[in-house]
Design a protein around this ligand. Structure first.
Ligand SMILES: [Mn+2]
Length: 404
């Protein structure tokens, strides 16, 4: 049998005021074609289906249209919720979607057995068991461990995630005594993963992830979501982030976008490989003096279906307020079918008095996360450790509450 592992679709994502509707539509067209040509049996989507907990009507329509198209194939679909997703929004149509061979696990289930899903092929033979674990929220993690004295939060999170999976393995062993591969889905930070700028912190500072060395030995493949750069963890072939199919941030411009294809033969995983997703749009950064950038812009030729997204980084020698205005003019005047300028910054290498201005131009508010702004505020207010960490943690918990 063949399985696809994908995640982090982020339907509805807006990148510097440009929505990525056309990008996700092209990705869906390609994925449907791939599923049909490769005769895929099972599609796993490991969280962050939507970018926001309250997606627009158009984004909901895009999602349901995709589910409808998937239901027209022979493929079984398992979708788990991520930290961006609303549990109730994902779960609401689950009874209907079950009929269409689409299983939704929006949030952790009070009955853990519901997260253990055997895949039975059309001949009635069990081919694998999927542990469909969504993003585990604080309340789920608290439940996973007995109430005791307060221990280190990072350690507690790690132990709680581990025990959630260990419990599912126990259920799986008792119920199915499986001789088939066990595939775990997950949406969290696995230690050692390389992050980009577009993931929202899930657990404080990303320090409190799970160590890949302590995951249960019975798990044959870990289908991870949350980190947007495709990667194996600690060089292990069977623990992978597939990454996001779209470019969600300029920091991701050098990543190839991928899905992961697994093959199971005679009840063993026989092949795990990544399949590149065609590039629908160029995402590039042009750097240099204003004049150099103007030349680069005039020479730029787009070869992809959608206009390129550009980031301009102007580096001038001596401070000159006119250059700042000229950059604004360039952005306003650059109307091209080949590209759109989404982001720009200007800095001056010499001139001491420019330092203040360079700083104020270096980051606009749209580039900062709420957490960045809060930390800046703490620094400005001369808050020091340990209050700095405590307040950051409380603020982070508030953000998490808001995003749920
Ligand atoms: Mn994500």
């Amino acid at each position: 049998m063949k399985i696809i592992h994908t995640a982090d679709w982020h339907i509805g994502k807006v990148l510097h005021r440009q929505d990525l509707h056309e990008d996700i539509t092209l990705f869906f067209d390609w994925l449907i074609l791939f599923i049909k040509t490769e005769n895929i049996d099972l599609l796993l989507i490991s969280g962050d289906i939507f970018d926001l907990a309250n997606p627009s009507n158009r984004d909901l329509a895009t999602y349901y249209k995709m589910l409808y198209r998937l239901s027209q194939t022979e493929t079984k679909v398992i979708i788990t919720g991520g930290n961006h997703d609303s549990i109730s929004l994902l779960d609401a149509p689950s009874v209907l979607l079950d009929v269409l061979n689409i299983t939704i696990i929006g949030g952790a289930k009070s009955n853990a057995e519901e997260e253990v899903i055997p895949y039975i092929d059309p001949k009635g033979v069990m081919q694998c068991v999927v542990l469909a674990v969504p993003f585990l929220r604080d309340k789920d993690l608290r439940l996973s461990l007995p109430v005791g004295e307060m221990i280190d939060k990072a350690l507690h999170t790690e132990q709680a995630i581990k025990s959630h999976y260990d419990n599912l393995i126990d259920i799986c062993t008792q119920k199915y005594q499986p001789m088939v591969p066990i595939i775990a889905m997950g949406h969290f930070y696995m230690k050692g993963a390389i992050t980009s700028d577009s993931e929202r912190d899930i657990h404080i500072g990303n320090l409190s992830g799970l160590d890949s060395n302590i995951i249960h030995h019975s798990i044959d493949y870990f289908a991870l979501g949350h980190i947007h750069k495709p990667q194996k963890i600690n060089n292990k072939e069977n623990i992978r982030y597939c990454g996001s199919p779209l470019f969600l941030d300029f920091s991701e411009r050098d990543y190839a976008k991928k899905i992961i294809l697994l093959e199971i033969n005679a009840q063993k995983i026989t092949d795990i490989k990544s399949v590149p997703i065609p590039k629908f749009r160029d995402v590039i950064k042009l750097a240099g003096t204003l004049d150099e950038i103007k030349i680069k812009l005039s020479m730029y030729k787009n070869i992809y279906p959608l206009p390129a997204f550009l980031e301009l980084e102007v580096i001038e020698n001596v401070f000159d307020i006119l250059k700042i205005q000229q950059l604004e003019d360039l952005k306003a005047e650059s109307v091209s079918p080949d590209y759109r300028i989404l982001k720009s910054r200007i800095s001056f290498t010499k001139d001491i008095e420019s330092e203040k201005i360079t700083n104020s131009y270096s980051k606009s508010i749209s580039e900062l996360s709420p957490m960045d702004v809060f930390r800046k505020k703490l620094t400005e207010s001369a808050v020091v450790e340990p209050s700095f960490s405590d307040l950051s943690e409380i603020y982070h918990l508030l953000l998490e509450e808001l995003n749920q």
